[in-house]
Design a binder for this molecule. Structure first.
Ligand code: BES
Ligand code: MN
Ligand code: ZN
Length: 500
């Protein structure tokens, strides 16, 4: 897809389609008004006859003659006063979706937010980024194991009509960022949707290798089990103990910022399949545990995004990856292991495995003396109970970092909600036989928080945040599939960090 700006006057725009906004009060605003006047008030007639009511998601394609553009696309935008970024995203997604199934090759968006010219630089950046992201969201197709999912989309060019020269630079940056974020989000979704017999730890490493090969500032290290053993990663190795499939610790360095700047470390849970191990899960919906590597896929997606944009940032990406399966060599409930940090862990439930691989990954990340550490993990079913599919669970030992991540979620509509990590919860994970237990031994509540408290034991004094994405990383039911979250929020965070 080619994204660009078009600064021609409306009457001189050459394109197959012009998209304009229709609000539910029927009043034409900004560019929509100009297009209406230029076409003999044609749109007034559509509104009067209720051919379109301006509901979000509604679209109408109208042919016009004698113009440099061939079609006007009326895009329902809802209530004018409520025209948020979220509603804008919904509106452009349905419009682009509709156009992509026609033979039209190009479209110019004049939707903006009901104004003639976007001259607010921040708004210009946001609208453009969302437009580009939206294209990649609707054009995602999972075809690797189902070729018939392939649709031929004819659209080749998406432009933003600027009706002048204001904020052009911000629009271009927004389109560039949205393009990179959108493509990386497609990768996150593809890796999530791939079954565990294709998307193995070795496969994840090969994807990371390909990304790293395209940027000179990026370097990849992949540790095998023998190397992990040497480093004392017995916590991670306890999870892979039952598996034939080899475990990998994937580490990508992207040092593209000032030499003096400490790296931001991103860690993602990469359980390529979670059966629960000896603490076997029930079979209902167990297939969804192929998505237990969505923290890992997001980490790899972020690596792709920063390398493609060549952001001036120092960043470290760590993906502990393995399967959690039962066998005669699998870890048994009650087994005690020593983590890389030296802390001993009593594994009371082999299904609480994510925290075990993350413990060693978090310790490993500290070798780089990072500025801060953020981990993402499909960590607890309890998070799905607490927050459902809307907010990710956010936990942190730093109010400042938590605040920043919360804001990034708000800005990108990839929202989080913070949960407390106070010591009463940490007191729930005591063990009579090790420094810590991998599940609560004092009461069954607050499973998301006790998991967070477990991770906290492995981050020392570093500023750290944990994002539990168990409820948001994939959708179930008829729309089963990876969502790509939390790419939006984490992209925002890394882009902001690259500006410091
Ligand atoms: N990967 C699961 C968490 C999960 C479950 C995510 C369902 C999304 C949907 C994790 O490894 C797990 O099994 N957690 C256990 C922890 C428990 C044994 C303390 C859980 O949530 O049941
Ligand atoms: Mn589990
Ligand atoms: Zn798991």
């Amino acid at each position: 897809m080619k994204f660009s700006t078009n600064n021609k006057k409306i009457n001189e725009i050459k394109s197959d389609c012009l998209m304009i906004s229709i609000f539910n009060d029927g009043k034409l605003r900004g560019c929509a008004k100009l297009v209406n006047t230029a076409n003999g008030k044609l749109i007034d007639d559509f509104i009067k006859n209720k051919d379109i009511q301006g509901k979000i998601g509604q679209t109408r394609i109208i042919p016009v003659t004698g113009k440099s553009y061939k079609r006007i696309v009326l895009v329902g935008c809802g209530k004018y006063e409520d025209f948020s970024q979220k509603n804008y995203r919904k509106a452009v997604i349905s419009a682009l979706n509709k156009i992509s199934h026609t033979n039209h090759k190009s479209v110019v968006s004049l939707i903006h937010d009901g104004v003639e010219k976007i001259d607010n630089p921040e708004k210009a950046y946001r609208l453009s980024r969302v437009l580009a992201e939206s294209w990649h969201s609707i054009s995602y197709q999972y075809t690797t194991t189902k070729e018939s999912n392939k649709k031929n989309l004819g659209l080749r060019k998406i432009e933003i009509g600027t009706n002048g020269k204001k904020a052009i630079r911000e629009i271009q940056t927004g389109l560039k960022h949205g393009d990179a974020i959108g493509k990386a989000t497609q990768l996150v979704r593809e890796l999530g949707d791939l079954p565990a017999n294709i998307c193995t730890p070795t496969y994840l490493a090969s994807v990371a290798r390909k990304i790293v090969s395209k940027n000179k500032s990026a370097k990849l290290k992949v540790l095998n089990e023998a190397q992990m053993k040497k480093l004392g990663m017995d916590s991670l190795l306890s999870v892979t103990a039952g598996a034939k499939e080899p475990a990998k610790m994937i580490i990508a360095e992207f040092f593209n910022g000032p030499k003096s700047q400490k790296p931001v470390a991103v860690v993602g849970k990469g359980i390529t399949f979670d059966t629960g191990g000896i603490s076997l899960k029930p079979s209902n919906k167990m297939d969804e545990m192929k998505y237990d590597m969505c923290g890992a896929s997001t980490t790899i997606g972020l690596l792709q995004m920063v390398t493609e944009l060549n952001l001036p940032i120092n960043a470290l990406f760590v993906v502990p990856a393995c399967e959690n399966v039962p066998s005669s060599t699998a870890t048994l409930p009650g087994d005690v292991v020593k983590s890389m940090s030296g802390t001993t862990i009593e594994i009371l439930n082999t299904d609480a495995e994510g925290r075990l691989i993350l413990a060693d990954a978090l310790t490993y990340a500290q070798k780089y003396k990072p500025k801060l550490i953020i981990d993402m993990a499909t960590l607890t079913g309890a998070c799905v109970v607490a927050l459902g599919a809307h907010h990710s669970g956010l936990m942190s030992n730093s109010d400042q970092l938590a605040e920043k991540l919360f804001e990034c979620g708000q800005t990108t509509d990839d929202v989080t909600w913070r949960l407390p990590l106070t010591e009463e919860y940490a007191d729930q994970i005591v063990s009579n036989f090790a420094d810590v237990a991998n599940i609560s031994t004092r009461g069954s509540g607050a499973g998301t928080i006790t998991a967070g408290c477990f991770l906290q034991k492995f981050v020392g004094d570093y500023d750290w945040a944990h994002i539990d994405i168990a409820g948001v990383a994939w959708a179930e039911g008829a729309n089963k599939g990876a969502t790509g979250r939390p790419m939006g929020l984490m992209s925002e965070f890394l882009i902001n960090e690259s500006k410091i």
